[in-house]
Write a protein that binds this ligand. Sequence first.
Ligand SMILES: [Zn+2]
Ligand SMILES: [Zn+2]
Ligand SMILES: [Zn+2]
Length: 87
Amino acid sequence: MNPCAHLVEAPTEAPTQETEGCEGCLAEGRDDWVHLRMCLSCGYVGCCDSSPRRHATTHFMETGHPVMRSFEPGETWRWCYLDERLG
Ligand SMILES: [Zn+2]
Ligand SMILES: [Zn+2]
Ligand SMILES: [Zn+2]
């Protein structure tokens, strides 16, 4: 399957960001996220859909930024929310 236009246009690396975890969880005083995702439009770091608060998805809903990448060590896959596609 070919990547969608959003994945073709998105960078493979986000703006360098220093973070200790999910920005949404940290703001709420939580630290129980499962995995982290990074927005390739603005560098926001949020937790995945396996986490209780799903901040990465919330970020997409609020901003419309379509492409996130994994923020886990050794993982480089990207995900387009609009097309629900990996690339
Ligand atoms: Zn797309
Ligand atoms: Zn979170
Ligand atoms: Zn963003």
